[in-house]
Design a protein around this ligand. Structure first.
Ligand SMILES: [Zn+2]
Length: 155
């Protein structure tokens, strides 16, 4: 299993490198928000990122937070998606192929690697698949470690 997307500590240099590789100026806001997204956030909404920024970065406007998120999405560093379970756009720093499992009890989203599910598509030849957005819904037994053991949300 690839481990790039696992939550782990990133050095300031590695975060700066991610931004520079994507041709983004490593501003203080981008560095801080990206570090938060990579290390602490778990499928946050824009509002959750904004609230974190207000609490941790002091003087930062909502527009700056949202613009920063948009620039990170445009650069392909994080991605955003929207599912029917919520009106909110959700940000994800796991940009590898994966689908999501929604624990309807806690509202938490778990990453499920695509190789852990069997999906057979019979798309017509002239349909070119770009990405798959699938949301599994159910419950996760807090005592069961099945998802946790296989999941990708561990630190
Ligand atoms: Zn995800």
């Amino acid at each position: 299993m690839r481990s790039v997307h696992l939550k782990k500590k990133h050095s300031k240099e590695s975060i700066r490198e991610i931004l520079e590789t994507a041709n983004l100026q490593p501003t203080v806001q981008r560095l801080s928000l990206l570090q938060y997204l990579l290390e602490d956030a778990d499928h946050p909404t824009a509002e959750q990122v904004r609230d974190w920024a207000y609490g941790h970065l002091g003087q930062i406007s909502q527009a700056t937070v949202y613009n920063t998120l948009n620039s990170l999405v445009s650069a392909g560093i994080i991605r955003q998606f929207k599912f029917g379970h919520s009106d909110c756009v959700i940000y994800d720093c796991n940009i590898s192929d994966h689908v999501h499992f929604l624990d309807e009890t806690s509202g938490k989203l778990f990453d499920i690697q695509t190789h852990e599910i069997k999906l057979k598509s019979r798309l017509p030849d002239h349909f070119q698949l770009k990405s798959i957005d699938i949301l599994f819904r159910g419950t996760v037994d807090p005592k069961g470690q099945n998802l946790q053991a296989k999941g990708t949300n561990q630190r």
